[in-house]
Design a protein around this ligand. Sequence first.
Ligand SMILES: Cc1cc2nc3c(=O)[nH]c(=O)nc-3n(C[C@H](O)[C@H](O)[C@H](O)COP(=O)(O)OP(=O)(O)OC[C@H]3O[C@@H](n4cnc5c(N)ncnc54)[C@H](O)[C@@H]3O)c2cc1C
Length: 454
Amino acid sequence: MSTPKETTPRRFCSPPAPVTGWGRFPAREARLCANEDLPLVTPHATLSRGLGRSYGDAALPAKAGDALASTVLADRLLCFDPETGVLRAEAGCPLWRIIELFLPRGWFPPVTPGTKYVTLGGMVAADVHGKMHHSQGTFGAHVVSILLEVSDGRQIECSPENETELFDATLGGMGLTGHILEVAFRMQKVPSPWILEEVDTFPDVRSLLLALRDAGQRWPFTVAWADLLNPPPLFGRGALMKGRWASPEEAPAHPPAAKKSFRVPAVFPDWFLQPWMVRAFNRLYFYRAQRAKGGRVVHPETFFYPLDALHDWNRVYGPRGFTQYQCVLPVEQGFDVHERFLYRLRELKAPVFLAVIKDCGPEGRGILSFPRPGISYALDMPLSDRTQHIVDELNEIVVAVGGRIYLAKDALTRPQHFRAMEPRLERFLTVRRKWDPSLRFRSALSARLFGDQA
Ligand SMILES: Cc1cc2nc3c(=O)[nH]c(=O)nc-3n(C[C@H](O)[C@H](O)[C@H](O)COP(=O)(O)OP(=O)(O)OC[C@H]3O[C@@H](n4cnc5c(N)ncnc54)[C@H](O)[C@@H]3O)c2cc1C
């Protein structure tokens, strides 16, 4: 399958304007330059940017006003082999388009994050994981090869067999090894285009965590939601969602129709979202989950992308924005550590408006890839004067127990904390320096955490 080039080349280059990640914090001026022929803009850019769904400063320039290569126009599917399931596409190809084309034909990406509004380049650069990490690993585990433009302009095809160090540094390397131009990865054949979902509720966080780990042994997709605003004894009560592809016998005869979606029309005022509103919403959500207990066949988008039903939902957090603090904590030392971590949130009066908990399986090959065996917590908090303190305190625990944070979500981690939780960092920086001695590729994140020149 291939998409022919249009005759008029599509391109744009915006004047300097503030750009943010999904959390709307921090903001930095950047020029976004895009061309359907990506190598025409990459030589002038210090970083690539996809659909800007990373939350913090990973897709922002190190220096205000710098040019970023926006990949969104380099979005062609290049070839697909139905024998092997290998799909090759340009880095700006959005995941939603791949799903739209391939799901009705019986194929789905083996790993998907919690939104379909990401590009293939962004999926590789963050080495994204999803509700299937315990069963499928990260996206990088399914990548066959990457075409990467490195700092001296050469285009290198790297893979698990060729230029392996560069390949491993690029998976989860947050765009700091070069511009990803093309990605080839293995799609998964699915028995039907529907998901069989089972929902359970749990009265406290310990039973929820135990059930999440246990479900991972039997279900390929698992995710938990916990209410961290409730006072004890209801603190951390939540719902566990388990899923698998429905068999043809279980699935409806017709393919899933496009889902209806809505848009948040404007940025809400700062005072709008109050903890009492979220508490009420959480209560409702919990009761709905109780009612939904048991098995049912659902639209894959309902299961994988519940938040995509509301476009621009990040505007609800107001002009200051929000942060998603995501860390993974090991389970080797048992669940006491996890409970202590969650109760520390309560002591800190952290306003966790959304808490998503995932089971993580073995570590992948990406040098800086986020997931490691354990449990991951993704915690959405509105930005306030206290947020930095909360993040510092949480990072102290993460360092002490041997966990780590996720760079694709981070905006506030301090360099000393990151170094302390990342023994792999030196190896990454060595490979990066080998391919980019003058550190041409840099971002606001690499300036903050690795001390790159702004
Ligand atoms: C609602 C929501 C749910 C999410 N759920 C999950 C989840 O479950 N699991 C998970 O892992 N992530 C999740 N994410 C995060 C998201 O998957 C990652 O941040 C992903 O990298 C975003 O892709 P993007 O195309 O928007 O990249 P951007 O945000 O634009 O960029 C992210 C990073 O990739 C780099 N990059 C992008 N394109 C290229 C390229 N062509 N070449 C080199 N570098 C490049 C950028 O420089 C930057 O460092 C979620 C995000 C949202 C908003």
